[in-house]
Design a protein around this ligand. Structure first.
Ligand code: NAP
Length: 678
């Protein structure tokens, strides 16, 4: 393979490595395969371009338009998975390791695309929470909103997941409307670079939405301000160097870190050798040790086992590790590839030696047999299982991350003791527990949840579908307290909000309604001669409204409804029992009868653009309706959201009132409305 130039991408131009560049080596053969580095990085140009070109172009788009582009991006990358996988072999990653990195990264972009469409509005600002009534008559109200920061998201990634690590940070920023400057780790940068180049060549996102630094970041941090953010993934050591740059503190630059972590797993005291759960535990431990050759920030480093079962666990894990086939990651027989570099191997071996000061090596081999590879040329290591008999006295076992296929098994006496050991990691990304016992799970949550970013419970009921101890999911938050960095990524729309400013907006209902593109109670309504059910999606205006009624609620109607539906609850049928109820003056109408009558009042029955009623939200009954009351209804267009090329969703604010203009019920009705007359 010819050596590649890893270019930076700055202000729309590819910038080649210069004389200061260094070689990047293949993890399997140690041959130089790429060159990276340019001492003349124009950091001001990078930042200016993001802020003056990328940011404004992104903010021109709505959340839905950005989500659609993310979907296109993920679809495009999906077509190039094989090429990226081939390239990843040079990092030591097997095909299944690349599934985590490449398929996992693309899958994450798909999830953000879908969440953007489903959970964010087709608008440029996002409402946060409900309208707040700030005045007695409702003329002055408040609403929290999120809007994209007009800054740049600097994203510094670790070497182990060159694709996933880049995409999981990039997708939420782009969805928020914030451009990114991506800095991958040098040693696996050629994979990130190939993926990034595909994204640029596709022109799916506007120019300036993403830029790429190959090599060092020079004085980039000094060019940032409080509208910018730095999100870092890597070692605690590097995080500290970046975070202690005074500029970060002085200018209030958002900084978040995903660092190393001494993750642990617990075998519950209820689980005995020979059980299905015991096997699940052994498989999870072995998978976590060997996937990505243990170079996963979430990998299991500490294995906590009830003291009487420790030897059984060690024997079972050792037996599985003996079947691991180490070698050339491109070969289909290989089940574990290499570490990323020989210097990483030296680091892992040094750390194992330190750990051996308080542990015994129970499985491991200094120079393991390899398939299709040469031990001296590549960065291969054997999985190493250590045993620590006195985990209370041990220090390094709870502090030192050997970033390779290395884990330490240790005994505990009871669940409380297991939690004490679990929490000795001083803050971790994930802890897992295999148990069938709700009491054990609850005890572990109450003693340990604040010490971990994620708690993962597994047993035979969910094992087949569970996603794995080590898998951060785009739907759930990833990150952990303390030494894990204190950062938080992913977690669905939460990750998008990290790139936006929350502002509380106060004013009249009309002003608030205009800003958020949603009708709010108290804002002006417009009545039109044409019934809204006769109007297409695009013809409907926010605030457009019809009122209908009154309809008298008779006792006969209540009884007929009761017998027809079978709902003969005493509050509708028995005067004495209903009167004794603290909520009712006597017999009252069914809430569902009111909803049905409301629909009967407001629908326009002939075929038209309204295709279906898909649900309702926020139904509340505020005042009982008694026989003789006269019911009226007002239906107002609240919000519109395009769904596909044929129809969109309309949310209607529905208010039901009585003859005294008192509101008796309200809800939000959802319909699907065609873009054209049908
Ligand atoms: P690292 O050495 O700390 O490097 C991380 C990133 O920081 C790389 O892109 C690196 O670039 C860059 N960097 C180094 N010095 C810098 C500086 N002064 N200014 C700006 N950027 C700088 O970590 P790594 O070896 O790549 O990754 C392994 C570590 O990451 C492990 O400890 C692992 O636990 C942790 N990790 C954590 C997570 C998580 O989500 N919590 C995920 C993956 C990995 P160069 O490569 O060019 O030096």
């Amino acid at each position: 393979m010819l050596s590649m130039n890893i270019d930076s991408y700055i202000a729309g131009n590819w910038v080649a490595p210069d004389n200061s560049a260094v070689d990047v080596h293949c993890a399997v053969t140690s041959k130089a395969i790429a060159r990276i580095g340019n001492a003349k990085l124009d950091t001001q140009l990078l930042v200016n371009h993001a802020k003056t070109k990328g940011g404004p172009a992104l903010r021109e788009l709505t959340f839905h338009e950005r989500a659609s582009r993310l979907k296109l991006l993920a679809t495009m990358l999906n077509e190039h998975k094989n090429a990226l996988t081939e390239l990843s072999f040079h990092t030591g990653a097997t095909r299944s390791d690349s599934k985590i990195d490449i398929d996992g990264g693309i899958g994450t972009v798909f999830v953000f695309a879908s969440k953007g469409k489903r959970e964010l509005p087709d608008a440029k600002v996002l409402s946060d929470g409900n309208l707040e009534m700030l005045s007695r008559t409702g003329s002055f109200v408040g609403q929290h909103i999120y809007s994209p920061k007009p800054g740049v998201a600097v994203q510094i990634n670790a070497y182990n997941f060159p694709v996933w690590g880049m995409l999981e940070k990039l997708a939420p920023a782009l969805l928020a409307g914030v451009p990114a400057i991506i800095k991958p780790a040098s040693v696996s940068s050629y994979v990130a670079h190939a993926c990034f180049k595909l994204m640029i060549d596709s022109e799916i996102f506007p120019e300036g939405a993403m830029q790429f630094i190959a090599g060092g970041t020079a004085d980039l941090i000094n060019k940032l301000d409080y509208q910018d953010s730095v999100s870092f993934t890597g070692s605690a050591h590097t995080a500290k160097i970046i975070q202690s740059n005074p500029v970060i503190l002085d200018r209030g630059i958002g900084f978040s870190a995903e660092q190393d972590s001494l993750n642990a797993t617990i075998l519950g005291v209820d689980i005995k050798p020979g059980s299905t759960e015991f096997d699940i535990f052994i498989s999870e431990v072995t998978n976590e040790m060997c996937a990505k050759a243990g170079q996963k920030c979430t990998a299991i480093r500490r294995i906590l086992v009830p003291e009487p079962t420790l030897s059984d666990v060690i024997d079972a894990v050792s037996e599985k590790l003996a079947k691991v086939k180490i070698g050339d990651p491109a070969l289909t027989d290989t089940t574990m590839g290499s570490l990323v570099s020989q210097s990483q191997r030296n680091d892992v071996n040094d750390k194992i030696n330190t750990l051996l000061g308080e542990c015994d090596l129970v499985y491991g081999n200094q120079s393991p047999a390899l398939i299709g590879a040469n031990y001296d040329k590549g960065a291969f290591v054997s999985p190493s299982l250590l045993r620590c008999n006195e985990p209370d006295k041990a220090q390094y076992v709870h502090q030192l991350e050997a970033f390779g296929p290395v884990a330490t098994a240790m005994p505990y006496t009871n669940t409380q003791h297991a939690c004490e050991l679990l929490n000795r990691g001083d803050g971790s990304l994930v802890a897992s527990v295999v148990t069938n016992d709700n009491a054990i799970a609850t005890d572990i949550v109450s003693s340990s949840a604040p010490f971990h970013g994620r708690l993962y419970f597994n047993n035979a009921v969910c094992a087949k579908e569970s996603t794995g101890h080590g898998s951060p999911l785009p739907h759930m938050t990833h990150g952990g307290p303390g030494r894990a960095g204190g950062g938080e990524e992913l977690g669905g729309v939460r990750a998008v909000k990290h790139h936006m400013q929350r502002t509380s907006i106060q004013g009249t209902p009309d002003i608030i309604s205009g800003i958020i593109g949603t009708y709010v109670p108290g804002a002006k309504k417009q009545t039109t001669a044409v019934h809204p059910f006769r109007k297409t999606f695009d013809e409907l205006r926010i605030g457009e409204s019809i009122s209908a009624g009154p309809r008298v609620i008779s006792l006969e109607a209540i009884e007929q409804f009761a017998h027809f539906t079978g709902d003969t609850f005493y509050a509708h049928m028995d005067e004495a029992a209903a009167s004794a109820n603290p909520f009712f003056p006597g017999r009252v109408a069914h809430g569902y009868l009111l909803l049905s009558f409301a629909a009967g009042l407001f629908v326009d029955p002939d075929p038209g653009p309204v295709l279906a009623n898909t649900g309702l939200d926020g139904l509340s009954f505020q005042k009982p309706v008694v026989p003789g009351d006269r019911l009226s209804v007002t239906l107002t267009v609240k919000r519109k959201t395009r769904r596909n090329t044929e129809y969109g969703e309309v949310r209607w604010h529905v208010e039901l009132s009585n003859q005294d203009a008192e509101q008796v019920a309200s809800y939000e009705l959802h319909t699907m409305n065609a873009y054209s007359q049908v």
